[in-house]
Design a protein around this ligand. Structure first.
Ligand code: SDX
Length: 396
């Protein structure tokens, strides 16, 4: 039971104050990732993001996140080999995807196909380390294949099979575009995946941990997280950023666009973050990757628009601690790689599956089901009203 006291909503029994959006409320203990939002610092298992983004690979980073330490050479080779062996998806999954509407959003296709894996691997042995390892490998291996398969299926083509001679990121780009990517482009993409792999208790990871806490299967855990990532306030923002850059059209329009949006209280996509009060360190690295990409493969004028928006936003939003986040520059890299705009968020999911799985494992290691309380704000107890005595209530 709970009650309202003035403007503050406090739980009557515990006295705990309601914090909308759980702002600042610790909801778990975690050893996976740390963010210093004042300094703009991000570490995975203690390693600075800047260090990993230069020296590591996505699969090595995924291993680090999930198992806690950087792998030895033999461990990494074994992990890479296992992932490579499990890239293919059953023809039944592909056939199921052929029944999806081609106009449907790829995030919905991904959520459904990720959940469907639970039908194929239905053993739920979450206290068996062998089962956990296999589930980790399967999800990291198959999610990119499913994203690429839906892209070809919706164009009326048959999905192409993974190529065993290609590394993880190069293989995804190959399955998607049907062309073997330039190694420099594949490396830049791999670095993007590392940057997106994990970010503490963000909305989708919280979703994953809540689902994990019920001891359901890992495919349901990942499917719930994919659904959460899809929203425009979270991972879905990377798609909207590109639409915004196109709508703004030229650097000269950036200032008036911001003024109008701010006056209308519209959010600037790719800006703002609950944790960061400075520019997201991932946006800093992504911006350098954008420049690397354009140096190697040609300029994109939308980058000039993006830079103008960032510059104009400094005086308008900077004083409130609102700066570019991870979603602001990523789309420019993906666009140059030939990735369609509505696949930007599925690409985010390909990377984030590593973080979600790390949190799944951690949750299982010290599990207690998530079951917060609420401040009840509804009608007081009352008697059932017979039909003839009911007044018409306003529709929602
Ligand atoms: C991701 O949490 C994570 O770690 C997420 C993520 C990850 O790696 O998992 O980093 C990935 O989700 C990045 C965020 C992508 N979303 C967007 O880019 C959408 C636009 N940004 C926002 O809507 C917003 O900034 C959030 C959702 C990211 C954060 O929301 P909060 O913390 O609840 O902040 P808020 O909406 O309550 O805003 C606080 C104030 C408000 O002003 P006041 O009413 O106090 O005057 O800041 C303003 C907001 O209007 N504000 C913005 C703004 N973001 C916040 N104003 C204009 N444009 C914005 N983008």
């Amino acid at each position: 039971m709970a009650q309202q006291q003035g403007d503050n909503l406090r739980h009557a029994r515990t006295g705990i104050e309601l914090r909308p959006g759980l702002d600042g409320v610790p909801a778990t203990k975690s050893a996976i990732c740390d963010i210093d939002g004042e300094q703009g610092l991000l570490t995975y298992r203690g390693y600075p993001m800047e260090d990993l983004a230069v020296n590591s690979s996505f699969l090595e980073t995924a291993y680090l996140l999930i198992w806690g330490e950087l792998p030895t050479d033999a461990q990494l080779q074994a992990f890479e080999h296992e992932v490579q062996m499990h890239r293919r998806v059953s023809f039944r999954v592909r056939d199921m995807m052929k029944c999806f509407p081609a106009s449907g959003h790829p995030m919905d296709a991904l959520q459904s196909s990720a959940a469907s894996l639970g039908l194929f691997y239905s053993r739920r042995a979450i206290d068996d380390p062998g089962y956990i390892y296999k589930a980790v490998v399967r999800l990291i291996a198959k999610i990119p294949t499913m994203v690429a398969a839906f892209q070809l299926i919706r164009k009326g083509q048959d999905p192409i099979q993974p190529r065993d001679d290609l590394a993880y990121s190069a293989n995804f780009l190959y399955m998607l575009t049907e062309r073997e990517p330039d190694p420099r482009a594949a490396r830049i993409f791999d670095r993007c995946l590392m940057l997106h792999a994990e970010h503490s208790l963000n909305a989708s990871t919280f979703s994953a941990r809540v689902t994990a806490s019920t001891l359901t299967d890992p495919y349901a855990v990942i499917a719930s997280a994919v659904g959460t990532l899809a929203g425009p306030l979270h991972g879905g923002a990377n798609e909207d950023v590109l639409a915004m850059l196109e709508a703004v059209g030229s650097p000269a329009q950036a200032g008036s666009f911001l003024d109008e949006a701010i006056a209308a209280k519209r959010k600037i996509m790719g800006f703002g973050h609950r944790e960061y009060k400075v520019k997201d360190p991932r946006a800093v690295i992504l911006q350098s990757l954008v420049e690397e990409m354009f140096n190697d493969f040609g300029h994109d004028d939308l980058y000039d628009v993006a830079r103008a928006i960032e510059e104009e936003a400094m005086t308008r939003l900077g004083p409130k601690g609102i700066y570019p986040n991870v979603d602001f520059y990523s789309g420019l890299v993906y666009r140059k790689l030939g990735i369609p705009r509505d696949l930007f968020t599925p690409v985010f999911a390909i990377a984030r599956v590593a973080g979600w799985l790390a949190h799944w494992r951690e949750q299982l290691g010290a599990n207690r089901i998530f079951r917060p309380s609420q401040i009840y704000s509804g009608a007081p107890p009352r008697r059932w009203t017979p039909m003839e005595k009911r007044a018409e209530s306003p529709a929602d």
